[in-house]
Design a protein around this ligand. Structure first.
Ligand code: ADP
Length: 678
């Protein structure tokens, strides 16, 4: 309620007091002019009330209103009769009425001043906010006579302040929103933003900076203690900047307004971070924007390292390509693009990258007879994505024919298939293999010739020898009595020598009999062969009182006749080279062993004796033709037996070794593959 209304209410009060006084006088004196005075006073009161720019009402001690000024009636558009008593309440906004009455009644009872804001219906039906101030009224003698009230239309004021409030609210909301937005942008930004306020000494020199803002997370990372940094000084948080020149840059930025930038590295928890920062002046502060560039730098370093490794690998690859006579290629089967290494060009007699390579071009270098095969292989590789190694002849620039082995793999690169591989010049290998093959053939022919020669020779020699033996024996039988002792001795020697020669020839015959190639392998129970051997050696066994023990042997694919001879020679030697001081014992055992080169299992057959043994130094020699360690007078023999054994074992694609200990005995190990090979 404004001062104007207050003054008016005061004036009304005064008038009422005067009126009151007049009424008292009238009651006391009965003066005649008093009613006129009272009327005048009342008239004046109404005139004032009615002309007042406010709405005025009067209520009696019974709370009922008995007066409303013109202003009120004009405002509500109702008659005085409608308003009197409690009629005015009809104009009060239903939402405000209860509150209004509560204040009115309670203050009335306590005779207290009140002020209520409520909405009152105007003549045009609009509810307008009014401010109603009620003041208790008393006679001059102090009797309570009701209330006088003055109301002001404060509608515009209220709505304006409501609007204002709404505007302020809206602005605050917007501000909060944009602040939050900024904060969230700053927090999620990979850039760190901070504001450092200059801290000056008494003469205005910048001594330090206070951190007044930062999107914490990023800057905290580089803070010395990793903690919160807002409100603290740079000296506390980043003491390093006073040593690395950054502080000077910050000072220069504040003092000159010049923007600047710098890079720093920070080691935290054993990890190194790199930051790139730019600085801008803002009043007496600097705004620092820093970016963590550690990952970029690391990946840059990684890239450099990879490049370096690649360079090394390339150079190694180049080097090894040259050394190994290899050229590499990468062929994109979809686009038909072909890339070839420098050395591939060189291998076919061209300068590196002398022409753009293509599959067609590659074919044109091939020997005409190999071209179809190469095309077939190419199509098959394209369809199956599997490359079969093959060798093609290439005609080099100077007309030389060279052999290249092509190998490779398919790899996927996006939608494309790349065939990557190498071409190796294998001319030398092929030439060597060819030469070896030729030599082998030659050797086999020679061997066969030799075998047939020795067969023919020994066979043909047998006949004259038989005659020498027969006639010498006949002479000794019939004519011996004519001969001197000397002549007899000579004849006996002729007979012994020719017998020996017969043995040698027979041995040679059997040796040459083992060199054929077309022997048949048969799966045989080796025990049955050993039984036959034992029975063939029966006489010798009896003569030497020998024991031959044969363990259970397996069924193996062997050439039966040869295996028989092998066992007979070994067991025979075991008995023959026995120690005269003990009973000869020959033991035959077998085990299955894994071949060292991984060529499958082998059967190892050991023939062990307790004979005279031999010096291990001669292990290899005893398997050579005509090699004997013991004199023919001590132990008769030809020196062919073990050579035959070696040959038989080789025919079985195996090998034979021997271990001997003089005076103790010997063991012969025969190794034969378990699976048959013709
Ligand atoms: P030989 O007809 O002389 O027995 P071999 O080829 O069978 O010819 O044997 C060659 C030599 O190996 C023999 O002269 C002998 O010195 C030695 N030898 C062979 N078997 C045995 C053995 N079981 N114990 C000792 N020495 C042996």
């Amino acid at each position: 309620m404004n001062a104007e209304t207050d003054a008016l209410l005061k004036r009304i009060e005064e008038l009422e007091a005067q009126l009151d006084k007049a009424r008292l006088w009238q009651a006391a004196d009965g003066a005649d002019d008093t009613p006129a005075y009272i009327q005048e006073m009342e008239g004046r009161f109404r005139a004032i009330a009615d002309t007042a720019p406010v709405l005025i009402w009067l209520a009696g001690p019974d709370k009922l209103c008995f007066f409303f000024n013109k202003g009120w009636l004009d405002f509500t558009g109702r008659t005085i009769e409608e308003e009197l008593g409690n009629g005015w309440m009809e104009g009060v906004h239903p939402d405000d009425l209860e509150r209004c009455l509560a204040i009115y009644t309670s203050h009335f009872e306590e005779r207290k001043e009140f002020s209520i804001d409520y909405r009152l219906r105007r003549h045009d039906g609009q509810y307008r906010w009014i401010s109603d101030k009620g003041v208790p009224r008393y006679t001059i003698t102090g009797t309570f006579i009701g209330y006088v009230g003055g109301c002001m239309d404060i509608h515009d004021q209220i709505t304006f302040s409501e609007q204002l409030e709404r505007m302020v609210e809206e602005r605050t909301r917007q501000l909060k929103h944009s602040e939050q937005f900024l904060q969230s942008v700053l927090n999620t930004a990979s850039n760190s933003i901070a504001s450092y306020e200059a801290m000056r000494n008494e003469v205005g020199k910048i001594m330090d900076f206070r951190i007044v803002y930062s999107n914490e997370e990023q800057f905290s990372k580089i803070a010395r203690d990793g903690g919160s940094i807002v409100g603290r000084t740079c000296r506390e948080v980043y003491p390093g900047i006073f040593r690395n020149g950054v502080f000077e840059k910050l000072v220069r930025c504040v003092e000159t307004g010049q923007s600047d930038s710098y890079q720093i590295d920070v080691r935290r928890d054993g990890e190194l971070f790199w930051f790139e920062a730019s600085i801008e002046k803002l009043e007496d502060s600097v705004t620092v924007t820093a970016r963590n560039i550690s990952e970029e730098l690391k990946s840059d370093l990684k890239l450099k390292d990879l490049n370096r490794q690649l360079k090394i690998q390339n150079s190694l690859f180049k080097h090894s390509e040259e050394n190994a006579n290899i050229g590499s290629y990468a062929w994109n089967v979809e686009t038909n693009e072909l890339e070839c290494s420098d050395n591939l060009y060189r291998l076919i007699g061209h300068q590196p990258q002398e022409f753009a390579p293509s599959f067609g071009q590659f074919l044109s270098f091939l020997h005409a007879d190999d071209r179809h095969q190469a095309i077939r292989d190419g199509i098959r590789a394209y369809e199956t994505k599997v490359i079969i190694q093959n060798t093609y002849r290439v005609i080099t620039r100077n007309g030389e024919i060279r052999h290249f082995r092509l190998s490779g793999n398919f790899i996927r690169e996006g939608d494309n298939h790349l065939m990557i591989g190498a071409l190796q010049d294998v001319t030398k290998d092929i030439e060597l293999t060819d030469a070896l093959h030729k030599k082998n053939l030659e050797l086999r022919r020679n061997n066969e010739e030799l075998a047939s020669f020795s067969y023919v020779a020994s066979h043909d020699l047998q006949e004259p020898l038989r005659k020498i033996r027969a006639f010498s024996s006949r002479i000794m039988e019939k004519e011996a009595h004519h001969f001197s002792e000397n002549t007899k001795d000579y004849f006996l020697r002729i007979i012994t020598a020719s017998a020996r020669m017969q043995n040698l020839i027979e041995a040679l015959l059997s040796y040459s009999g083992t060199s054929g190639v077309n022997f048949k392998f048969v799966e045989v129970d080796l025990n049955s062969i050993l039984d036959e051997v034992k029975s063939d050696l029966e006489e010798l066994i009896l003569e030497k009182n020998a024991v031959v023990e044969v363990q259970k042997l397996p069924v193996l694919p062997v050439i039966p006749v040869q295996f028989h001879q092998l066992m007979q020679n070994l067991i025979g030697n075991g008995i023959k080279y026995s120690n005269p001081e003990r009973q000869p014992v020959v033991r035959v055992t077998s085990t299955i062993v894994e071949e060292k080169d991984g060529q499958g299992p082998l059967c190892r057959i050991n023939v062990t004796d307790n004979g005279i043994g031999f010096d291990q130094r001669y292990e290899n020699r005893i398997f050579d033709l005509f090699q004997r360690l013991h004199g023919k007078n001590e132990y008769e023999g030809t020196g062919i037996g073990l050579a035959i054994c070696k040959k038989i074992v080789q025919n079985h694609h195996g090998y034979i070794t021997a271990e001997g200990t003089p005076g103790v005995g010997s063991v012969f190990h025969v190794f034969i593959p378990v699976t048959a090979s013709q």
